[in-house]
Design a protein around this ligand. Structure first.
Ligand SMILES: [Mn+2]
Length: 435
């Protein structure tokens, strides 16, 4: 057997629209909207630098089944550049870009193989000497909704070559993702392949090492739930089929959630300075990328009351964004930190532990609030009953359907803080007036 090297990538989501991000000026918006294409360029560059024999792409090349012309042209251009270097490409389509998508009927160059809607196998060769090195088996999604187990339909290996399976699927039903192509890790282990090149789950993970069952994640994070470095794997296979993976970053914009506690600060400006230190640290950690961060404000102190009103945070946000936008235009947004939003999870300087023990109206309220947070999913709980009247409105209902349990819990916590804050504020004012 001969050693060889390939790239495993998936979920390129080319031309993702990034519509949910607010507050961007024109320059930054176009930087953001070009990010999936820049990641593609990085992928091509990496393939050349690493002298790989071929690339496998495990679905969701495009973001939407109504594929933009721009996405198709940029992808074709990337394929041509790889072709000039003799780097073959093997790809499947996933639930975002199934075979029945609206697209141009472009003739693919001969070094590119896109699998059809039924499982099939092709043989890949080494670039330097055309020696056969691997059998690649794959299947594209014919339509966006493939809900049966397609993995078990993949043909068993018939040759002694290294076996790679290209599959777009939710293995073992990760509840965070849609359950397309459901199958189990067991199905994959028993298939007799050496490397399952998976796509669909956007967070990078290796489910198994023998055989390899790998999600490389997407190549560019698209929102705050897709945090951390994004990229692909360069995979080395030696003469004895020993397999070694090396992750390479491809992203130019990186999402993160950072915490900015108010506990140890007594006034807004001290807190602002601590936030500046967090921003500086974030920039240092990601000197080559634009950091897109959500700042979670946590902890308890009088600062909460000053931030709660809204306009302080709004003005601070506008000012920090203005500064970073100006810096970014000069630096190509490298090492810039853009605050996507603040989420206020802090509270007044209340000793909740003591209050929980206290025999008072506020104590009762807090105990009730905590109890309701545990009854988030119960139909007669406060959360369910509070949103019930809103469900009659179709648009609000669809927004609520997209609300995660964490967001719901967050609302309940905010309600707890707000009511306690108002109650205890009145109490202290009342005491003040009586004194
Ligand atoms: Mn995807």
């Amino acid at each position: 057997m001969a050693s060889f090297r390939f790239i495993h990538t998936a979920d390129l989501h080319l031309d993702s629209p990034f519509i949910g991000i607010s507050g961007l000026d024109d320059s930054l918006r176009s930087f953001v909207q070009d990010s999936t294409f820049r990641a593609l360029d990085q992928l091509v560059r990496l393939a050349m630098d690493q002298q790989v024999d071929f690339i496998v792409i495990s679905g969701d090349i495009y973001d939407s089944s109504n594929i933009s012309l721009r996405a198709q042209l940029r992808f074709m251009e990337a394929l041509e550049r790889l072709g000039k270097e003799g780097i073959a490409v093997y790809a499947i389509h996933g639930n975002h870009d199934p075979l029945d998508s609206t697209k141009l009927s472009m003739t693919l160059p001969s070094h590119v193989h896109v699998f059809g809607g039924e499982p099939a196998s092709v043989t890949a060769v080494r670039r330097s000497d055309r020696e056969e090195v691997a059998v690649i088996t794959g299947m594209s999604y014919p339509t966006s909704k493939v809900t049966d187990n397609i993995a078990i339909r993949y043909p068993a290996p018939t040759s002694g070559l290294y076996q790679i399976g290209l599959l777009h699927a939710n293995v073992d039903g990760d509840p965070q993702h849609e359950t397309y192509g459901p199958c189990s890790k067991k199905d994959l282990i028993h298939a007799g392949f050496h490397y399952w090149a998976l796509g669909h789950i956007h967070s990078r993970r290796t489910l198994q090492e023998s055989p390899y069952i790998v999600y490389p994640g997407n190549i560019q994070g698209r929102h705050v739930r897709e945090t951390g470095p994004k990229g692909c794997y360069v995979v080395d296979v030696d003469e004895d089929f020993n397999t070694k993976l090396c992750f390479h970053e491809l992203d130019s914009m990186r999402w993160n959630v950072v915490e900015a506690p108010i506990d140890s600060t007594q006034d807004v400006d001290a807190w602002r300075l601590s936030l500046e230190r967090i921003l500086t640290h974030t920039a240092r950690e990601n000197p080559e990328q634009l950091s897109m961060i959500r700042v979670r404000i946590t902890g308890r102190s009088p600062v909460h009351r000053q931030l709660e009103g809204g306009y302080v945070l709004d003005e601070l946000l506008a000012d920090l964004r203005r500064r970073e936008a100006a810096k970014g235009r000069m630096s190509g947004y490298r090492g810039c930190v853009w605050i996507e939003s603040f989420t206020l999870q802090s509270g007044d300087a209340i000793d909740t532990e003591r209050l929980l023990q206290e025999d008072s109206f506020a104590g009762d309220l807090l105990r009730l609030a905590r109890q309701e947070q545990g009854r988030l999913h119960e139909p007669d709980g406060v959360a369910a009953r509070s949103v019930e009247p809103l469900l009659e409105h179709a648009e609000i209902r669809s927004l609520l359907d997209d609300t995660s349990p964490e967001e719901m819990l967050d609302w309940l916590r905010r309600a707890e803080e707000l009511t306690l804050g108002l109650l205890l504020r009145d109490r202290s004012q009342g005491e003040g007036a009586g004194a």
